[in-house]
Design a protein around this ligand. Structure first.
Ligand code: ATP
Ligand code: MG
Length: 385
C-alpha cells in the first residue's frame, strides 16, 4: 500500500486531473502534474507543475524520480511514455490497457473478441476499404481512429460517396466506419477495479449531448433495473478483459432496449462528475485508491443527481449592441438549493470549452432534474437539452 507522504504523479492537467489532485490532497498525498499548458486547471493546484510535453523524456525522468506512483487523465498520452515511466515507478492504468482505448480499431476489435455487443463496423485505411464496405453499414458514421473527442473527427454519411468525401476531408487518416444506430438513449458506467480484480461500479448515468458535447447527465439512468445491472456487468467484463487497474468509464447506446457498447475511457469521465456530490466515494478518490493499493471506497449514491456542463459559450452575451464577453452571474446558480457548483479555473472561455459544471442532488430524481434544468436556463444555456 502506498501511503502519505508518498508523492503521486498525474499525466494531464485538465479538470479530471484537477479533481484527482483534490482527492489525493484530501487523503494526504502531494501531487505532481505534467501538462504543457502553464495555466492547466490541475497544474494550478498541484504541489508541483512540470510544464512540458508528454514525450519530454528528461522531464519524465524527473517525474519518475519525484513520484511513487503515476496515473493519467489525458486519454492521448503516448503509450510509449507510460511504458517508459513503468520501468521506474508504478503506473496505473497500464499502457497496454490505455492504448486499446486510444485507437477505435483496437478498441472495437477488443470488444468483438470478448463477445461484447457493438455496432457493425469496418476499419478504413484507404478509399478501397470504403468501396468494399457492405451497403448494410449505411447510413454510417466515419470516425478518425485516433485523437477524436467531443464528437470531433466524425462525419455522418448517408452512402459510399459521402463516406469517401469525408475520408478525404480527414486527409486519409485511418478511420472506422460504423453503422449509425437509432439511439433510444445513451448511458455510461464508471467503475473502479483494484489490483485483486475487485470491482466497484457507480450507478449508471443517462447522458444527453449538445453539439457533440456532453450536456446533461441524470442519475440514476431512466432504464429498467435489469438493463442497469446488465450495463454494470458488461462494464465489469471489459475492465477484467483489459486487466484494468484504476477508474474506467464505458459508454453505451441503448437501442430498442438492448445495450451496445460505444467506447471506453481509461480514466474518470465527465458523466461521473456527479460522484463528487452524490456518492460516498467519488470516481477521483477511487482513482487514487486503486493507484495506491488502498481498498476501494463505497460507491453508493446517497442521492439522485443531475449534472450540467458549463461551456465557454455562456461567457458570451449577445445583446442589441453585439456580443460581449463577461463572467456569468454565478449568484443565479447559488440561489438553487441542493446545487453544487464546480469551476475549473480556466483563464479564457471559448465556445465549446468545458469551464465548469454543477450537480443538483435530491432524493427524488425528477426533482433533481427539474431543478438542474431550471438552473441551466437561469445561467444562460438557451437551447433545450
Ligand atoms: P466523447 O469525447 O464525447 O465521448 P467522441 O468524440 O469520443 O465523444 P463518440 O462517443 O464515438 O465520440 O460519439 C459521440 C456521439 O455521437 C455519441 O455520444 C452519440 O451521440 C453519437 N454517435 C456516435 N456513434 C454513433 C452511432 N454508431 N450511431 C448513432 N449515434 C452515434
Ligand atoms: Mg463518446
Amino acid at each position: 500500500m502506498i501511503l502519505p507522504p508518498a508523492t503521486l504523479g498525474m499525466l494531464g492537467g485538465g479538470q479530471l486531473g484537477r479533481f484527482f489532485v483534490a482527492a489525493a490532497h484530501e487523503l494526504g498525498y502531494p501531487v505532481w502534474v505534467l501538462d504543457p499548458d502553464p495555466h492547466s486547471p490541475a497544474g494550478l493546484i498541484a504541489d508541483r507543475h512540470l510544464v512540458a510535453g508528454y514525450d519530454d523524456y528528461p522531464v519524465l525522468d524527473e517525474l519518475a524520480q519525484g513520484c511513487t506512483a503515476i496515473s493519467t487523465e489525458f486519454e492521448n498520452v503516448p503509450a510509449g511514455s507510460l511504458d517508459y515511466l513503468a520501468k521506474f515507478v508504478l503506473v496505473r492504468p497500464a499502457a497496454a490497457a490505455v492504448s486499446v482505448c486510444q485507437n477505435r480499431i483496437a478498441e472495437k476489435e477488443f470488444l468483438r473478441r470478448h463477445h461484447l455487443p457493438i455496432a457493425d463496423f469496418i476499419a478504413v485505411h484507404s478509399e478501397h476499404d470504403l468501396r468494399a464496405a457492405p451497403l448494410s453499414l449505411f447510413p454510417a458514421i466515419l470516425k478518425v481512429a485516433r485523437f477524436g473527442y467531443d464528437g470531433k473527427g466524425q462525419a455522418v454519411v448517408a452512402g459510399r460517396d459521402e463516406a469517401i468525401a469525408a475520408f478525404q476531408h480527414f486527409k486519409g487518416e485511418t478511420c472506422v466506419l460504423e453503422q449509425k444506430l437509432a439511439l433510444g438513449s445513451e448511458i455510461s458506467v464508471v467503475l473502479a477495479r483494484d489490483e485483486d480484480g475487485q470491482v466497484k461500479s457507480f450507478p449508471s448515468a443517462e447522458n444527453s449531448h449538445r453539439k457533440g458535447i456532453l450536456d446533461v447527465s441524470l442519475v440514476p439512468a431512466r432504464l429498467s433495473p435489469m438493463l442497469r445491472a446488465e450495463a454494470a456487468e458488461l462494464a465489469e467484463k471489459i475492465a477484467a478483459g483489459l486487466g484494468y487497474i484504476g477508474t474506467l468509464a464505458v459508454e453505451f447506446f441503448v437501442v430498442e432496449d438492448q445495450l451496445v457498447v460505444n467506447e471506453m475511457a481509461p480514466r474518470p469521465h465527465n458523466s461521473g462528475h456527479y460522484t463528487l456530490d452524490a456518492c460516498l466515494t467519488s470516481q477521483y478518490e477511487q482513482q487514487v485508491r486503486a493507484l495506491c493499493g488502498l481498498p476501494l471506497g463505497d460507491p453508493r449514491a446517497h442521492s439522485a443527481a443531475a449534472m450540467v456542463n458549463l461551456l465557454g459559450d455562456i461567457w458570451y452575451e449577445t445583446g442589441p449592441a453585439g456580443t460581449r464577453y463577461r463572467e456569468p452571474d454565478w449568484s443565479r446558480l447559488h440561489a438553487f438549493p441542493g446545487l453544487k457548483l464546480h469551476l475549473y479555473g480556466k483563464h479564457h472561455a471559448r465556445h465549446g470549452r468545458k469551464m465548469g459544471h454543477f450537480t443538483v442532488v435530491d432524493e427524488d430524481p425528477e426533482k433533481a432534474r427539474a431543478v438542474a434544468l431550471a438552473a441551466r436556463t437561469a445561467i444562460g444555456i438557451v437551447d433545450a437539452p
